[in-house]
Ligand binder design. Structure first.
Ligand SMILES: Nc1ncnc2c1ncn2[C@@H]1O[C@H](COP(=O)(O)OP(=O)(O)OP(=O)(O)O)[C@@H](O)[C@H]1O
Ligand SMILES: [Mg+2]
Length: 221
């Protein structure tokens, strides 16, 4: 049986797609296999397929994991874990309130949920809504991941974000994904972290996703 990890936050642009494809990439890198024969599958449920940045630009056959664009009956999402050929399935979901039915359909088949969130104290409310109205009532285990923190901005916003999360009682990953231009550029180039050039900055950027996958326990067979 596959473990199904749904990546969700109804706030747009917090890094759901970035976190989905890069966690999938590092997990696939550790577990072995390649596109077409990978233990890792990414499912995009975003109804605007054009927002699946890399799929449009490079074609999914260049991805180091298997990929499906979901565009059918949302009921099928509840059966993802029955697939024997994948060990981990990462489900990217839309960042909008209008598409809540797609998110809730994805959650029916979820083992756990990853909630990326930006360290921007003025933008917390939509995340709180997703957790309080969508995740907690369903009793699905979830974990917040702080994404796109820029160390050059200092620790203040990060600390405030951590305090807010602690006050809410939300489980939160210890690993923070830093903001790197190479991630933003990679989205435009259709590249995932394991395909980054081997320079120091790219390796540092990549390391955050390996550390996060290690914390979340995705590396075991
Ligand atoms: N850690 C990061 N460092 C640099 N850029 C990032 C990082 N995370 C995300 N981005 C950039 O921020 C933008 C939004 O990220 P992404 O598309 O992953 O968010 P999303 O939550 O999937 O958005 P939507 O709700 O529209 O689907 C993209 O341009 C992406 O490249
Ligand atoms: Mg997205």
């Amino acid at each position: 049986m596959a473990k199904v990890h749904v990546v969700a936050n109804q706030k747009g642009g917090v890094g759901k797609t970035t976190v989905t494809v890069n966690l999938a990439a590092v997990t696939a890198n550790v577990l072995g296999g390649d596109h077409g024969d990978s233990p890792v599958l990414v499912v995009s449920t975003d109804p605007q397929a054009s927002s699946v940045w890399w799929a449009d630009r490079v074609g999914t056959e260049n991805l180091p994991f298997d990929f499906n664009q979901f565009d059918g009956d949302p009921g099928q999402l509840s059966k993802l874990r029955d697939y024997e050929q994948w060990k981990h399935i990462f489900v990217d979901t839309p960042g909008s309130l209008e598409d809540e039915h797609i998110l809730t359909a994805a959650l029916t088949g979820a083992d756990d949920v990853i909630v990326p969130m930006l360290p921007e104290p003025l933008a917390f409310d939509p995340t709180a809504r997703t957790i309080a109205h969508v995740l907690e009532p369903r009793g699905i285990p979830y974990r917040v991941v702080i994404n796109a923190w820029d160390p050059r901005d200092g620790e203040a916003d990060l600390e405030e974000t951590r305090k807010y999360i602690a006050a809410k009682g939300w489980p939160c990953a210890n690993v923070v994904v830093r903001r790197y231009k190479v991630h933003t550029r990679a989205a435009a180039d259709g590249r995932v972290v394991t395909q980054y050039p081997k320079n120091r900055t790219s390796m540092e950027a990549r390391e955050d996703f390996f550390r996060l996958a290690l914390e979340l326990g995705y590396g075991g067979r």
